[in-house]
Design a protein around this ligand. Sequence first.
Ligand code: PEP
Ligand code: MN
Length: 277
Amino acid sequence: MEMPTMQTTPSTQIVNIGGYDIGGSNFTVMAGPCSIESYEQFMETAKGVKASGAHILRGGIWKMRTSSKDFQGLGKNSFDFIKAVCKETNMKLVSEVTDARQIEEVYDIVECFQVGSRNMHNYALLKELGMQRKPVLLKRGFAALITEWIKAAEYVTVGGNPNVILCERGIRTFETSTRNTLDLNAVAFAKKNSHLPVIVDPSHAVGIRALVPDLAYAAAAVGADGIIVEVHPRPAEALSDGMQALTLDDFKNMMMKLDKILTAIDRPLHKVAPHAN
Ligand code: PEP
Ligand code: MN
């Protein structure tokens, strides 16, 4: 097997987002809707996940949908209210850029640029992100080798931006009962064979709401540095990925159990920063 070329010290790169160190001794939870759909939906979700212990907000501004007829995200129309939600909840946002031109457009509202699974091989985008100072969350391509994923991260780090977080989000296998297959091997492997923090996205990995918490617990147990989870106040109304969205109550229950597991393995959740006002 070809081994990655990166240095082999476990998580020596700590990535800071909004005061939370990712890859250090504490576990980080990023949560929010798949897509940012309206001021009301985003604010309600942000306040709810924060109250249950989430550290960083997630939410798509531009969506990479399999069908061009599906909701593509609010884009520019959401910028003003996103600022208001982040300010009021005192939370930083991780959000996907699907095109290098978007980096500048959202520079003052997005604290961490997500590269989606479908764009892991978009080396032009990765090079551009290598020239930025803000952190990058690099999803694994759904059919990418672990080594290809780690090498994709190098496009950002060699460009001069050391702040990359690897994110395992499930791979396509022969299995069809679940949306994807969460590759816990990849998490363990990447933790040992790259110096970058590694988090898990249990939502896209399994695609079924009722199973998302179990995979979040597995992520904690295997040694991930955090999770990124989809939450929607009313999943039946979600414009994307409603099937896998936790309700605010589901999220709260998951966080209580996750807290116990993390305490038992000596990897406690970060303390949550207070609201700005
Ligand atoms: C997302 O985070 O909503 C998303 C589209 O993820 P992925 O790129 O992993 O499919
Ligand atoms: Mn999604």
